[in-house]
Design a protein around this ligand. Structure first.
Ligand code: OAD
Ligand code: ZN
Length: 257
């Protein structure tokens, strides 16, 4: 692969997974926050708040069942990140997504920063004991709210998704400085509204072109001379980009695997 950059960095959000059938959060009507209204939450964000979860775990478990890994396939955009990784051109893939589609696409763990955690593991919110993944899947699929199997506890079990007010995975704080050495940043499918993730784009060096691939404008991208705005559906834009690079066939082959 011949390109003008060596250290491609990605900042991914929910828009990357909508083509897989997973709703994003903030799109009017189709976004999860609009759809969660029917669960009678006091306000949509409450689904990711620990105090509310203790009071009523059903909305978060409803969401968990809907998003649980194994029900969806990675998109062309995830596959593009994997292609860059295979070609030795991937620096870091930062994602806010909790759907684990980056892992499923084969993006290596040492290049991946799941900033908001994922459904790949779970713990009791009281005694912190880890809960078995196979058993968790079984119960989630049955529509049950899962409780700790430590008999003296029986606390609620929560997938390791970062809730509002919880601390971020250590890996995120360790990885944030890496943005300082990116030489090309793709920001894809995110409204850039949740910190500290959103600020990564503004931490990219001035010398690093930033490419926003999104349905709408986001953050401060567009304010620097080298910024590129590609507004539209990300899979279609990635396909066009790969066609220009002569990678379209490779992209389709990898995606079909
Ligand atoms: P949002 O729902 O806030 O933003 C998704 C963005 O993707 C919007 O700007 C959409 O216009 C755009 N979009 C949707 N479909 C697209 C497509 N096919 N192609 C291109 N763009 C598309 O989602 P995030 O920014 O990821 O927190 O949300 C950030 C955080 O808010 C999430 O991680 C979540 C939530 O609270 C947790 O999960 C804890
Ligand atoms: Zn417990």
């Amino acid at each position: 692969m011949q390109t003008g950059f060596r250290d491609g960095t990605f900042q991914l959000g929910a828009g990357v997974s909508t083509a897989a059938g997973i709703p994003d959060f903030r799109s009017p009507r189709t976004g999860l926050y609009a759809r969660l209204a029917k669960l009678n939450l006091p306000y949509p964000r409450a689904v990711f708040e620990l105090n509310y979860f203790r009071f009523n775990p059903i909305p978060f478990y409803t969401l968990t069942r809907e998003l649980y890994p194994g029900r969806y396939r990675p998109t062309l955009t995830h596959t593009f990140v994997k292609l860059l990784s295979d070609g030795g051109l991937l620096h870091t893939c930062f994602t806010q997504n909790i759907d684990t589609l980056e892992r499923q696409a084969g993006i290596p763990a040492d290049k991946l920063v799941e900033a908001h955690g994922s459904f790949a593991s779970q713990h009791c919110i009281d005694c912190k004991k880890e809960y078995d993944s196979a058993r968790m899947r079984e119960l989630v699929e049955k529509g049950e709210v899962v409780r700790c199997d430590n008999e003296s506890c029986a606390g609620l079990v929560k997938p390791d998704i970062v809730f509002f007010g919880e601390s971020f995975p250590e890996l995120l704080s360790q990885s944030i400085p890496k943005i300082g050495t990116a030489d090309l940043l793709f920001v894809i499918g995110t409204s850039l509204t949740v910190q500290p993730f959103a600020k990564l784009a503004s931490m990219a060096p001035e010398s690093c072109p930033r490419v926003l691939i999104n349905l709408d404008f986001a953050g401060d991208i567009g304010t620097r001379a080298d910024d590129v705005l590609l507004l539209g559906k990300c899979d279609a834009i990635i396909r066009d980009l790969c066609r220009e690079l002569g990678w379209e066939e490779t992209l389709d082959r990898e995606w079909a695997k």
